[in-house]
Design a protein around this ligand. Structure first.
Ligand code: DGJ
Length: 714
């Protein structure tokens, strides 16, 4: 009874249903998306942008909010359905909506639309995060017909814009070249960003975009929209400018080869499209993303992360107990929190001595590690280290016992040759037995080794020759259901191990999306750890992810100094993957100091407000600054790239400080035996001076870097 009273009072306080309402406002602190029920009960987008009085976009054209295919629409639709009787059209009328204030920051608006002639209901969800100015939107399609309906298109979101011109920043690349930024003006017609890789969204294109209205995107000025799809599978963003110069942006799962057969009485939930709007440029938009991700988007975003030493770059597959014992000593010497054992520790009949065999056989290799994993974990513990391990449980080498035992557990086309990538195939995760197998790989590892403190979950290939023996005649559901199966395994893992830190990795940065990061504490942005190249890669990701989510390792890639590479890795979650024993004494000393310096700065780097001060895309300099929320501490990273003949750079103006406070500026993380060439080193300035006049943060020397702390003194 008490519960009932509570529920009723909750509903009365926070939730109301308005079947007659004409205006639906989805708002955050600074943004508003206004929808209106108009003629013939159609739902229209009336306004999207800055929250101002009397919001309306005054566009001559009315834009239907979620446009259907098959009736009178002539451009790209948000949704396309074929009904059980073969009718290839959908008509959607507004039925009702509800607004539930989940707490003082989060509000969920649900709008119910229905086809007047067919029992198909489409629910639009908008979850708004007031303080962070983020909106999450997704759709549920309900099949109440008497048979299967076919979903041809099923977007998570449709947004409309009316501006003079539109500029799209897209991200692209390849292995070891992730997140390159490219901006262009959108022209009339349609532009598609997408991926068709199945098990991973990214190899060539990651699921992010920035749209700028009325001119190219700027860090501090102008109207921008940043968006991403929370989906570890095929995505599509479509940008279409029509004959009236209006732009529609449609975001969702890629409909490519994925006409979804939706059974009787079943519902289809699309993944969340997460977006933010800012009229103060990409800087504010990216900070919106960081704040939201810390609280809501990434598992345990407010919790500490572990520094580590990984053995992949130093040993590859070639290790044994003695060698790993040395790596444990190296980790201890370095002063990091954990040792992470990478690929190569498993497989007996087909030992994992290279990438050609053993994948799928998750038993410890008795020759390499006769005393088992728990021995290593114990040895680590004795040295004050945590122990983490690499797995790739969705994949199989043809040379494995798993392949021999379960040839029917593999995605591959009948009547065609197997198609390998890194000598491996993808398991048929659609099959519940395979889901159990993958779950058990993790569960057994953790049950057998209770001291295991971390997992790096890899996925080294995309899907090709894609066919699921389990799905039989329903192959067009494969791409969607693979990703859902992946999530359902992770859901089970998280029920049992809710807070185990896990890194989402995919042969470099193949899985960098908020769908996966609900279950993971961090991701691996790229295999490329060359200082300069990594700087650009991290720069791209920094528009969407907070720094603590990016696992950055110092390795021996690249020709830059260890100092430069370390300074780059520090702008994220610091780790090492390098042969520590081979470091000269000064490099070791420097690295030990860097770990400690990092620990003293990590809270500002992870949770401070981030400002892109100088972009390496525009100058031969990259400068990035993090400011604590209390404005009492800031850290600035400056990297001088390929300069010529002693270039001089103008002072760089800082951001986000309290103009009235006084701050001491000091260079830190200096290499032993060197002195600071930072012009203002050790001096104190007002926040106003630092933001209006700036600091000479570059030495002008090619491939040099500096870490500068800015500490409030009064
Ligand atoms: C690809 C990852 O990105 C690397 O860090 C490493 O774990 C290898 N796989 C191991 O096979």
């Amino acid at each position: 009874m008490k519960n009932l009273t509570l529920i009723v009072s909750f509903l009365l306080t926070f939730c109301f249903f308005e079947s007659q309402a004409q205006t639906i406002s989805i708002t955050t602190d600074k943004t508003a998306l206004i929808l209106k029920v108009g003629e013939k009960k159609k739902l229209f987008q009336d306004y999207f942008g800055k929250k101002v009085p009397d919001m309306t976009n005054n566009a001559p054209q009315q834009h239907e909010a979620y446009i259907t295919a098959g009736t009178d629409n002539l451009l790209e639709p948000a949704i396309r359905i074929i009904h059980t009787d073969g009718n290839p059209s959908l008509d959607l009328n507004y039925i009702s909506h509800s607004v539930v204030k989940k707490n003082e920051n989060v509000t969920l608006t649900t709008i119910i639309l229905k086809d007047p002639a067919y029992p198909v209901e489409v629910d639009l969800y908008y979850e708004s995060f007031f303080k962070e100015n983020i909106i999450k939107t997704w759709t549920k399609i309900n099949n109440n017909e008497k048979g299967v309906i076919q979903l041809g298109n099923y977007a998570s979101s449709m947004l409309h814009f009316d501006a003079a011109d539109y500029w799209l920043t897209q991200f692209h690349g390849d292995w070891a070249k992730e997140m390159k930024m490219e901006e262009s003006r959108l022209t009339h017609g349609i532009k598609i960003l997408d991926s068709k890789l199945g098990a991973r969204p990214n190899l060539f294109q990651p699921p992010f975009f920035t749209l700028s209205l009325n001119g190219p995107a700027d860090e501090n000025r102008g109207e921008v929209i940043q968006g991403t799809l929370a989906w570890t599978g095929n995505f599509q963003f479509a940008f279409e400018i029509d004959q009236f110069n209006s732009l529609r942006v449609i975001s969702g799962i890629n409909p490519y080869a994925s006409t979804y057969q939706l059974g009787v009485g079943k519902s289809f939930d699309t993944p969340e499209f997460i977006f933010t709007y800012s009229d103060n440029g990409t800087g504010e938009a990216s900070r919106n993303f960081h704040d939201w991700a810390t609280k809501y988007g990434i598992l345990d975003g407010t919790q500490p992360r572990l520094t580590l030493l990984n053995n992949w770059e130093s040993t590859g597959f070639d290790f044994n107990e003695a060698r790993l014992s040395k790596v444990l000593d190296e980790a201890k010497t370095l002063g990091v929190d954990m040792f992470l054992l990478d690929d190569g520790w498993f497989g007996n009949k087909y030992p994992r001595k290279d990438d050609k065999a053993g994948l799928g056989d998750w038993q410890v290799n008795k020759k390499k590690l006769p005393s088992g994993l728990s021995h290593l974990a114990r040895e680590g513990k004795d040295k004050g280290l945590k122990f983490g391990i690499w797995i790739e449980p969705e994949m199989v080498n043809p040379k494995s016992e798993l392949y021999e035992k379960h040839p029917d557990w593999i995605l591959k086309l009948p009547n065609r040759e197997e198609n390998y990538f890194r000598n491996q195939l993808v398991l048929d995760l659609l099959n519940p037995e395979v889901q159990n197998f993958v779950y058990n790989v993790v569960d057994k590892l953790l049950s057998d080794n209770p001291d295991l403190a971390y997992i790096k979950w890899d996925c080294n290939r995309m899907m090709t020759n894609t066919y699921s023996p389990y799905l039989k005649n329903n192959q067009s559901n494969l791409y969607v259901d693979y990703t859902r199966s992946f999530y359902s395994v992770l859901e089970r893992i998280r029920q049992k191990y809710p807070h185990l830190p896990m890194m989402l990795c995919s042969g470099g940065g193949g899985r960098t999306d908020y769908g996966g990061l609900k279950y993971f504490t961090e991701f691996w942005p790229s295999d490329d750890t060359d200082g300069i190249e990594r700087l650009f890669i991290q720069w791209g990701y920094s528009y969407f992810f907070p720094s603590f989510a990016m696992a950055n390792h110092v390795t021996s890639w690249g020709k830059e100094s260890l100092k430069f590479r370390t300074d780059v890795a520090m702008m994220g979650k610091l780790g090492y993957d390098i042969n520590v024993s081979q470091m000269p004494a000064d490099e070791l000393h420097f690295s030990q100091q860097s770990v400690q310096t990092y620990k003293s700065l990590e809270s500002v780097i992870w949770h401070g407000d981030m400002y892109h001060l100088v972009s390496p895309y525009k100058e031969n300099l990259a400068v990035l600054q993090y400011v604590s929320k209390a404005q009492d501490k800031a850290v600035l990273f400056s990297y001088t790239l390929h300069t010529r003949y002693g270039s001089e750079f103008a002072p760089v103006k800082l951001k986000g400080l309290d103009p009235k406070s006084s701050y001491k500026v000091e260079e830190t993380n200096l290499f032993p035996g060197t002195t600071s060439s930072f012009h203002e080193n050790g001096q104190s300035f007002s926040g106003a001076y630092l933001m209006d006049m700036g600091l000479h943060v570059s030495s002008g020397k090619e491939l040099s870097s500096a870490v500068i702390t800015i500490t409030r003194v009064q």
